[in-house]
Design a protein around this ligand. Structure first.
Ligand SMILES: *Cc1c(COP(=O)(O)O)cnc(C)c1O
Length: 383
């Protein structure tokens, strides 16, 4: 049994993927180009965004908007600690300070009260300027965007929805981007919408920001707006308006993603059915089955339960041939290199408690009922 079964998906669409790869090979256009433009259009339409800009990975997708907003030294970026390190890593990468916020015990997503308290504390201390919030759709479910965006607006902060895990999730039928300035995606192979390498995207409804992101992802090249504002008749890639980065998407990955996006809605339905079946059967044996925010639709990037004897349970499951994973054993604020950054007043008690209870189970759209029953029976036999 696999934790995530990429082979099963490949078997479903191998001819389409192979044809897409063959098309790119025959043109030898390997970086950006029409395949990327096609993919961006499909992605924007799927996500209900005015602009989708592909980039090299989900980390750059967070970094580039921070650069576009000139967030840097002396600035504070509020972020949960219970997430993959990249959510917070981008703050020091631009010279800013992450400020760690606690999560809610049921959804593991940013706690709006902890966020508000952290912003007030940073303002009172007067050393850092609050600039942005990075909310994470952890394990695939949407953060509490109505509450978080209200706080962001009231304090004049930018809001990024880190959808590296949660791309495709919704809240009351709406996309996180409806509340956020930017939503980001990662196409790392193990993410729900993965490619065959690294990839990412920035989604926004703001045309000026889209122009800046397009420029920064390609070494600060002149955007259409930059070009219109001055006389320059050469290739915009050689008129560099700002310090950018190299964060392009490969045409091969874009061509693969176009095919994968076509089956993604169906995969989301399958994931949801699998998660429901897990929860019905597992509830008697665990401390907590996943709880989704009211009105939320999760993509189930992870199916994560809580168990008081988590480590013994994992060892038991291993003997039964059931793979598990722990996301995340060390929250970011407890990692040595991040321990010097500020935290919300009162610390992060929920984060520090759940980290020793959470365990993620095999989850992918092609998980068979037999395999799922084996996972459930193996857990039942431990209790
Ligand atoms: C995977 C992930 C990222 C980074 O994506 P990469 O494509 O690996 O750079 C950022 N945030 C979260 C929450 C993630 O899970």
């Amino acid at each position: 049994m696999n934790f995530i079964d990429l082979q099963a998906q490949r078997a479903r669409i191998a001819p389409e993927i192979d044809a897409a790869i063959g098309r790119v090979l025959s043109t030898c256009g390997f970086i950006m180009g029409p395949e990327v433009v096609n993919f961006e259009a499909a992605l924007a339409s799927f996500a209900g965004a005015r602009h989708a800009l592909a980039c090299a990975n989900g980390t750059d997708a967070l970094l580039i908007p921070l650069r576009a907003w000139d967030i840097g030294p002396g600035d504070a970026v509020f972020v949960p600690s219970f997430t993959f390190v990249a959510s917070a890593e981008v703050a020091p990468l631009v010279g800013a300070s992450p400020v760690f916020v606690d999560v809610l015990p049921d959804t593991y997503n940013m706690d709006p009260e902890s966020l508000e308290a952290a912003i007030l504390a940073v303002k009172a201390a007067g050393e850092l300027t609050p600039r942005a919030i990075i909310a994470v759709d952890l394990f695939g479910q949407p953060a509490d965007y109505p509450a978080i965006s209200e706080i962001a607006k009231r304090h004049g902060l930018k809001l990024i929805a880190d959808q590296a895990q949660g791309f495709g999730c919704t809240l009351n039928g709406r996309q996180p981007l409806d509340w956020a300035d930017v939503a980001t995606a990662s196409f790392f192979p193990a993410k729900p919408l993965g490619c065959y390498g690294d990839g990412g995207a920035v989604l926004t409804n703001d045309p000026a920001l889209a122009g800046l992101v397009d420029s920064i992802r390609i070494h600060g090249k002149a955007s259409a707006e930059d070009m219109a504002a001055r006389r320059y008749d050469n290739d915009p890639r050689y008129l560099n308006m700002r310090v950018g980065v190299n964060s392009r998407l490969d045409a091969l990955q874009a061509a693969i993603l176009v095919e994968k996006l076509k089956i993604y809605p169906d995969e989301l339905v399958r994931r949801d059915a699998i998660a429901r079946r897990y929860s019905e059967r597992l509830a008697p044996y665990v401390r907590q089955v996943p709880k989704v925010i009211a009105g939320g639709f999760s993509n189930w990037a992870q199916y994560t339960i809580e168990h008081d004897a988590r480590d013994a349970l994992c060892a038991h499951l291993k003997t039964k041939g059931v793979p598990t994973a722990i996301y995340y054993p060390i929250p970011i604020h407890m990692q040595d290199v991040y321990s010097r950054y500020p935290r919300a007043p009162g610390g992060l008690p929920v984060t520090e408690a759940v980290r020793s209870r959470v365990v993620s189970l095999p989850m992918h759209p092609y998980l068979s009922e037999q395999d799922q029953d084996r996972v459930v029976e193996s857990i039942a036999s431990f209790s």
